[in-house]
Structure formats: structure tokens, C-alpha cells
Design a protein around this ligand. Structure first.
Ligand SMILES: *Cc1c(COP(=O)(O)O)cnc(C)c1O
Length: 387
């Protein structure tokens, strides 16, 4: 049956694609080896450097974020090499799983899924590694399964304090272009990202920002690779081209997205996300429900994961909200499946859209019989009016 009005896609990625980007993508595909393409390639690559805040290297793949995870590892760590990872949640776990599958030795520091990575634990582990067997430290910036942010700057400081030469690799697939990220200033070696979260594009593009040190280091890495090989990208990229067919139409969209982000101003984009995160948490608190992130100051502006009371099904609630109010909310992943739902408040999003989203959640809680107090939506509104 037709549902009137627009669907609310409030999962924490893919985020709804703005009209301007849809239009940009709809243009005719051109010859990716022809003379007109170089400008597209140059603009996309140079533009992404301004988003990562780096003057070093950026590579773009026609792939999902998972591909860029693999690219980051196969270019930096030789087969059998150790990588230290921190279990912030499902995505950190999946990245370590991938590392194991491609023949690396991931070591996962256990986490409780309620906050970001702990720099002190990372420092202790690195100090104990006197033989420098650990080749990379991998941390998820914005853990999309829990709504927690890791203090990347502090992780770098911890690595420096331990005087350990491992590379710092960050997954900012859902953080980039929504929360503050500074590749060069924070001393990151590889940052992995994707198109369908803060960048407001459909899925299909992924990114590696790469330090000069990591790029140089990749020349001696022996892990077999072809599609993901950074060294094959360097030459063509310098001329604005790619070694194989790029996602041409998504690159049109990417250029538009970068323009939009700078028109608004990155700091304003970050402040907007942070404000919507705070308003959402005000709603959750007034409902008498619990936010999954329990570490103050590490709550995400991208999404909020909400625990449903014991004995209730988060997935049944989501199905009810979808059926009655045409809103898609994120599901709980692996360890927290059916125990939490996730409200995405990222991308091309404003106060009224947040209010509609929270109204949908509150009406859905009511309709599905999840015990809660009324007034969460009102609490968010009061926050938005005051802030
Ligand atoms: C979305 C996401 C991924 C996975 O990206 P895909 O595009 O689905 O492959 C990995 N890490 C984080 C933090 C994410 O948010």
C-alpha cells in the first residue's frame, strides 16, 4: 500500500541523499580515460584531502567501506604480521575478523561496547611489545554499532609515549564529515572511510587517507594484493585518473558533497551533529530509557543507540515504527542484537527532521508497548530551542 509523505531513513548509514547530490549523480557517464575526466579525478582527490584535513595522500575505491578496510591492511602489514585492535563494538570486531581472514594476526583488546577505545590499555600493550612485533594499531573513530567516539588524538599520544613505531590506522567510515577528524594534526597513518554516511552519497565509494610514511612502507609489504594496491593508484592519480574504471557518477556526487560541506563550513557541520546528538539523548533520558554509550564525553553526534527494557524486543519495536510511521531505525548488531535500536542523526539533517524522527520513535514505542515515559520529544525540543 502506498504510504503518503516521505520515508524517514534514520539508520546510521546509508543516510538520505540530498537532492543536489542526486542531480549531480544523474549526469551522463563519461569516458574515464578521456580528456574531460582528469578534472573530475583531480577535484575529487583534492577535495577529499580537505575533508580528511591532510596534505598527504588519498585513494578512492569503487567499493563499500569493507573494501577500504582490506585495502588499509594489505598495503601496510605483511602476512603473519600482528595488528592491535580495540573492541569498541561490532565494527571493530568485524575489522579484526577481516584481518584474520587475510592472514594477519589480529589481537583484540576486549571492550564493553559502551565507550571508545582506551588509550591507556593500548599504551600498556605497546610497552609490553619490546620486539615491536605489532605493526599497526587499529581503532574505530565512530563506532556505529554503539554510538561511541574514540579519542584518536589520545591514542596517538599513547603510541608516542610508548615509543612504538606501529602505524596508527583509523576507521572513520561513519565519523568523517560528521565529527571532527584531523588526519595530519592527529598523526594518523591510514584513515578508512566510505561514501554513504557523513558524506551523504549513496553507498559505493570508499577511501584510504595515507601518510607518506605508510605509503613508503607499503613498498616493502609482502601481502599479496592487486585491486587494492596503493602503488598502482599513485601514477594515474597524479594525472587525475584511476588504474581501472572508477565510480564516475559517484565521483560527480562526491564533488557536490564536498562543495556542500564547505558551503556550510566543516565546524558548523560538526556542531550541528553534536547538537542533534545532545537533543536525542535528552529525549532518551526523558523516555526513561538508557543510551548504550556510558562514557561521558564520548557520545556520538552521528547516531544514538538506545537500550530497550529487559523482556522487550528492539526489532519488534523497529518493525512497528516502520509499519505505522514509515521510519527505518538501525538494528542492534551481533552482541546487542534485538537489545538496542539506533537512531541515525547524520548527514543532510536539520532540527525539524530530528523532531520528526524522535516523534516517530516515541509513537513507535507507544504503539509497540515498550514501557517509557511520555515527553522525550518535548525534551529534545526544549534543548533545541535553548541551544
Ligand atoms: C558502515 C561501517 C562499516 C562498513 O562499511 P560498508 O560500507 O558496509 O562495508 C565499517 N565501519 C564502520 C564504523 C561503519 O560505520
Amino acid at each position: 500500500m502506498r504510504q503518503a509523505g516521505r520515508h524517514f531513513l534514520q539508520i546510521p548509514g546509508p543516510s538520505a541523499v540530498p537532492e543536489r547530490i542526486l542531480k549531480a549523480i544523474s549526469l551522463q557517464t563519461i569516458d574515464h580515460r578521456g580528456p574531460d575526466f582528469a578534472e573530475i579525478g583531480h577535484k575529487a582527490l583534492a577535495g577529499m584531502k580537505t575533508i580528511f584535513k591532510t596534505e598527504q595522500n588519498v585513494f578512492i575505491y569503487p567499493s563499500s567501506g569493507t573494501g577500504a578496510w582490506e585495502a588499509a591492511l594489505v598495503n601496510t602489514v605483511s602476512s603473519g604480521g600482528k595488528v592491535l585492535m580495540y573492541e569498541t563494538g561490532h565494527f571493530a570486531f568485524m575489522w579484526s575478523n577481516l584481518a584474520g581472514k587475510i592472514g594477519l594476526l589480529p589481537e583484540l583488546i576486549e571492550g564493553d561496547w559502551r565507550g571508545g577505545a582506551d588509550p591507556n590499555q593500548i599504551e600498556d600493550r605497546l610497552r609490553a611489545d619490546s620486539q615491536h612485533e605489532i605493526k599497526a594499531v587499529c581503532v574505530v573513530h565512530n563506532e556505529t554499532s554503539t554510538g561511541s567516539v574514540s579519542p584518536i588524538e589520545d591514542v596517538r599520544r599513547a603510541m608516542d609515549a610508548a615509543k612504538h613505531p606501529a602505524l596508527l590506522m583509523v576507521d572513520s567510515i561513519s565519523g568523517l564529515a560528521s565529527i571532527d577528524f584531523r588526519f595530519d594534526d592527529w598523526g594518523v597513518d591510514v584513515c578508512v572511510s566510505g561514501s554513504q554516511k557523513g558524506l551523504m552519497l549513496p553507498p559505493g565509494l570508499s577511501f584510504n587517507a595515507v601518510s607518506d610514511r605508510a605509503l613508503e612502507n607499503s613498498k616493502t609489504v609482502t601481502t599479496p594484493r592487486s585491486y587494492w594496491d596503493w602503488q598502482d593508484m599513485v601514477g594515474p592519480n597524479q594525472k587525475g585518473f584511476f588504474p581501472y574504471t572508477p565510480g564516475t557518477n559517484l565521483l560527480y556526487g562526491l564533488i557536490e558533497a564536498i562543495d556542500m560541506l564547505h558551503e556550510e563550513g566543516l565546524d558548523n557541520v560538526f556542531a550541528r551533529h553534536s547538537r542533534h546528538g545532545t537533543a536525542t539523548r535528552a529525549a532518551v533520558q526523558a523516555w526513561g530509557l538508557e543510551v548504550l554509550c556510558a562514557r561521558q564525553g564520548q557520545e556520538s553526534g552521528v547516531l544514538t543507540a538506545v537500550k530497550v527494557p529487559e523482556g522487550h524486543s528492539a526489532d519488534a519495536f523497529r518493525a512497528t515504527a516502520l509499519k505505522h510511521y514509515d521510519i527505518s531505525l538501525g538494528n542492534g548488531l551481533s552482541k546487542v542484537a534485538d537489545k538496542v535500536f539506533r537512531i541515525g542523526h547524520l548527514g543532510d539533517f536539520n532540527d525539524l527532521m530530528l523532531m520528526a524522527t524522535l516523534s516517530g520513535v516515541e509513537m513507535g514505542l507507544d504503539k509497540s508497548g515498550v514501557p517509557h515515559n511520555a515527553g522525550g520529544t518535548q525534551a529534545a525540543l526544549e534543548h533545541l530551542k535553548a541551544a
